[in-house]
Design a binder for this molecule. Structure first.
Ligand SMILES: CC(=O)SCCNC(=O)CCNC(=O)[C@H](O)C(C)(C)COP(=O)(O)OP(=O)(O)OC[C@H]1O[C@@H](n2cnc3c(N)ncnc32)[C@H](O)[C@@H]1OP(=O)(O)O
Ligand SMILES: O=CC(=O)O
Ligand SMILES: [Mg+2]
Length: 725
């Protein structure tokens, strides 16, 4: 049972209250009574507006459902006119350019990977903050980028055959991005700095230098014996690291032990879809970790490979420039924090009417409050060099909801005594009404926006839910190549560029959701840059290091300059509903799709509900480990709901599929001592019941979101299994 402290008209969970009083508020210059008084007023003023916006969502959905029941979607003109008539498609505002100021260079000048991490996991979150720099040798050695042919397997201790392949790959990278005049880095025997230039001795006794001397920018150590050489290419850095006493350096002709890559330039510390935070205890952990990141003192101690490790934030990296000047590069990513959207309420704080307050309002206040410590220099490290706080706001539908976020940000700035537009916003373009009205959405925050990003996973869930009544949807795997999705991706980049984001903001692309398939990522994710994205999401630091290689290959600014010339309007593509021509599906194909969705859904839900894990690697039907979070769950649950609704499968078939897949998921988790089987007592399993709710009640879930059911069932599980809340 949550214990509350009454402060003015609010009741605040004791745990959260004490955390704010003793850890978050001190050294912010804010007075506690004023803080809570302002907080109460904020809730009084904004909670009703928040509620009204949610009612608008429901009203739109009802109208759309009714239209589909009464009309044939093939009549595209009528459909488009209907959406305009109900103002689901808004009238576009006049052309404008964003005017955001005080944005860090990472956003305006550096194209690079964006890592996402569940913030409730301190070990991962610190790792993510430190993922600015990553070892190329480790990223190659540990993943399938280097194949296991000809004895190069990954098993056991260091395999020199594999090591050779790693080194060859890395030297090919050097030859491509920082080529030598008439020689390969593979022939280098010594690197030195002579007269402010890189001098490379070769194994034939000659010396050479770089083809483009400007790419070499600094070093560590001595000119005769540097231990790090710093290069910059397309705005991203990397180091050749030299150590002739190191196990790898000793067998390398030039003593090279590694290539250190500037990897995740920015990172999203996620309070949303990758965490399971359902009550005051969970939310306090989320806020405490974010505070620790902003105060620079978050640490995590754990045992790895039999050794006790304490992980803390990395310091900056220092080099000597070619004129002897000192160069300092950040040792950490630029941190964004993703708040929750407008939907959920939280029992961590109860308002004057005895009601839970909107969680999005609470997140905005507290994540901004923690970030004030960064602004005030209460940390040995600085996140923003420009005095900004970077908040990602997900799951907004249309421009009125963005305007509401802007109002909330204004109010929070006033409350926390921050200059106007300190709080920057990243808009997730991941709901259909935002995609269709993206220009208007950007306009509402034109002086604080720093990114738009295609959250294609949520967006796919919303596509299915919005058009639930239009017909059965195409299979999950076909979504990627569908017209609406391609139109949506293009529209995002074009709208960003037309509103002046080139050189001013991030235009981001979505998550690589197969964390173990790094060879495929390396082959495919370059498309995100070719499509004009100056950042794209990766699930792990290793993926960030490998994805960074793409930014060395392609100069995104040049790509954006080309795309800027195009004038196509993508609305007609975006409105192509992905209805299936299902008549040709065989029984096997249908069952295969049901199995696949049911397996990933159960594999994710069981850990969420029973263990409070918000992001998991779950094997699909082909044993490919997929990153599953609440957005991928939204897709699989809405997919199953849609097929059930349109009679592609029966309820009995669906439940039998879930039961069969539950047994498989139980087996997959057999080695986890904390795991509770779902089979055979399905009625006893809170997780299995949650999965059934998600599918059977999917039609009535707001926008097809999974949060309401997950939260309810997680709270039930916490009570049943006596987990502290
Ligand atoms: C649609 C959307 O909203 S997408 C955004 C939400 N998704 C995410 O945030 C995905 C983030 N990624 C993750 O949470 C994880 O990578 C998962 C759950 C997918 C896989 O986790 P695991 O199964 O533990 O991964 P795995 O065993 O391969 O790797 C663990 C190691 O990698 C590190 N790691 C993995 N992912 C991350 C990450 N995102 N950030 C930092 N470190 C990470 C861990 O710290 C750990 O290293 P350590 O032992 O030195 O601490
Ligand atoms: O948040 C990301 C998404 O794809 O959804
Ligand atoms: Mg999302």
């Amino acid at each position: 049972m949550t214990e509350y402290v009454k402060v003015g008209t609010l009741q605040i969970s004791k745990e959260l209250y004490e955390f704010v009083q003793s850890e978050a508020l001190p050294e912010t210059g804010l007075s506690e009574p004023t803080f809570w008084k302002d907080f109460a007023q904020l809730v009084t003023d904004l909670a009703p507006k928040n509620k009204a916006l949610l009612a608008d969502r429901d009203a739109f959905q009802e109208k759309i459902n009714a239209w589909h029941k009464a009309n044939d979607v093939v009549d595209f003109q009528a459909y488009q006119a209907f959406l305009k008539g109900i103002e689901y498609i808004e009238s576009p505002v006049a052309d404008f350019t964003i005017g955001t100021k005080n944005i860090d260079d990472v956003i305006t000048k550096q194209a690079g990977p964006q890592l996402v991490v569940p913030i409730d996991n301190a070990r991962y979150a610190i790792n993510a903050a430190n993922a600015r720099w990553g070892s190329l040798y480790d990223a190659l050695y540990g993943t399938d980028v280097i194949n296991e042919e000809n004895g190069a397997d990954r098993i056991g201790a260091y395999n020199p055959i594999r090591g050779e392949k790693v080194i060859a790959f890395a030297k090919d990278f050097l030859d491509k991005q920082t080529p030598l005049m008439d020689a390969s880095h593979k022939s280098a025997t010594k690197y030195a700095i002579v007269n402010g230039k890189l001098n490379v001795s070769l194994d034939d006794g000659t010396t050479t230098s770089l083809k483009d001397a400007t790419k070499f920018v600094g070093y560590q150590g001595f000119t005769e014996n540097p231990h790090a050489l710093l290069f910059c290419n397309n705005g991203l850095h990397f180091e050749i690291q030299i150590d002739r006493t190191h196990a790898i350096g000793t067998v390398d002709k030039a003593g090279v032990k590694d290539v250190l890559i500037e990897s995740a330039t920015s990172c999203i510390m996620d309070c949303e879809d990758s965490v399971a935070a359902v009550d005051a205890t969970d939310k306090t952990l989320v806020y405490r970790n974010w505070l620790g990141l902003n105060r620079g003192n978050l640490s995590s101690t754990f045992t790895k490979n039999g050794k006790k490790v304490t992980r803390t934030l990395h310091a900056d990296r220092n080099y000597i420039g070619l004129n002897g000047e000192e160069i300092t590069l950040s040792g950490r990513v630029l941190m964004f924090v993703r708040n929750v959207g407008h939907l959920m309420t939280t029992n961590a704080i109860i308002d004057e009417f005895g009601k839970e307050i909107p969680e999005g309002i609470m997140d905005c206040v507290f994540t901004s409050l923690m970030a004030k410590h960064d602004l005030l220099g209460n940390s040995p490290y600085q996140n923003s060099q420009k005095g900004s706080v970077y908040i990602v706001k997900p799951k907004m539908h249309g421009s009125k909801e963005v305007a509401f976020a802007n109002e909330l940000f204004n109010r929070v700035e006033d409350m926390l005594d921050m200059p106007r537009y300190t709080l920057k916003i990243g808009i997730m373009d991941e709901e259909r009404r935002t995609t269709l009205n993206l220009k208007n959405c950007i306009y509402e925050v034109k002086d604080r926006i720093v990114f738009i990003n295609t959250g294609f996973l949520d967006r796919t869930g919303d596509e299915i839910h919005t058009s639930m009544e239009a017909g059965p949807m195409i299979r999950k795997g076909e979504m990627k190549t569908s017209s609406w999705l391609n139109g949506y991706e293009k529209n995002n980049v074009h709208t960003g560029l037309r509103t002046g984001m080139k050189g001013r903001a991030q235009i981001g692309k979505g998550m690589w959701a197969m964390p173990d398939l790094m060879a495929d990522m390396l082959a495919q994710k370059i498309e995100h840059l070719q499509a004009g994205g100056n950042t794209a999401w990766v699930p792990s630091p290793t993926a960030a290091t490998l994805h960074a290689l793409h930014y060395h290959e392609i100069n995104v600014t040049d790509v954006q300059a080309e795309i800027e010339k195009e004038t196509k309007d993508y609305q007609a593509d975006i409105l192509q509903i992905p209805i299936a021509k299902h008549e040709n599906w065989s029984a096997e194909e249908i069952q295969e799709e049901l199995d696949n969705s049911a397996q990933t859904l159960l594999g994710y839900v069981v850990r969420w509900v029973e263990q409070g894990v918000g992001c998991s690697k779950v094997p699909d039907i082909n044993d490919v480990a997929l990153m599953e979070d609440r957005a991928t769950l939204r897709i699989s649950s809405q997919m199953l709901t849609n097929w059930l609704h349109h009679g592609i499968c029966s309820k009995e078939q669906l439940i039998n599929t879930l039961k069969r897949m539950a047994r498989i998921v139980d087996k997959q988790n057999a080695s986890d001592p904390a795991y509770r089987n779902m089979a055979p007592n399905f009625n006893e399993s809170v997780a299995f019941q949650a999965a059934c709710d998600l599918v059977l009640q999917g039609k009535s879930q707001p926008s097809g979101y999974t949060e309401p059911i997950l939260h309810r069932r997680r709270l039930e599980a916490k009570e049943k299994y006596h987990v502290k809340s």
